[in-house]
Design a protein around this ligand. Sequence first.
Ligand code: ADP
Length: 162
Amino acid sequence: MHSAVYPGSFDPFTNGHLDIVQRALRIADSLTIAVLKNTSKKSLFSPDERVEIIREVMKPYPQVKVETFEGLMVDFCRDRGIHLVIRGLRAVSDFDYEHAIFLMNRKLLPSLETVFLMASSENSFISSTIVKEVAHFGGNIVDQVPAIVFQRMAERNKEPKA
Ligand code: ADP
């Protein structure tokens, strides 16, 4: 029985993330999507909203759990007895950051293994940041995010700005 965790900000959850989840399920029997709470990035959805949205998207996948997490990912994994982390790699630009996190996690918890899945070509240009930016200015992002995310983003962008 292999359980894995897929950590990230997921603000918002994109088709790139969905692709990684679907492919991770070929490696792991169960997967926990861990939504990072202590991120410095300015967010569109709160961590709890992200969890609620991703749970909707994950309805067809009963082997996927969605939770928030705060603090160190190694603690999250240790608490749950998870030894496998899934991360996605889009381009060389992702590599340095992912490599640094990998090395740090390895130092903190040597038994934790990280598997990197390369983005599919059709998703390799999709990033949460760009999707947010384009949607904010009224651009069409229907092909880049799951339908539920598209709907929630349209609602959010219609709300008066604080
Ligand atoms: P973080 O803020 O931790 O980078 P993200 O939500 O941006 O979180 O991404 C979570 C993980 O998914 C990261 O490993 C990231 O590289 C990967 N990822 C993001 N977008 C894509 C994509 N389009 N294709 C494949 N992997 C992706």
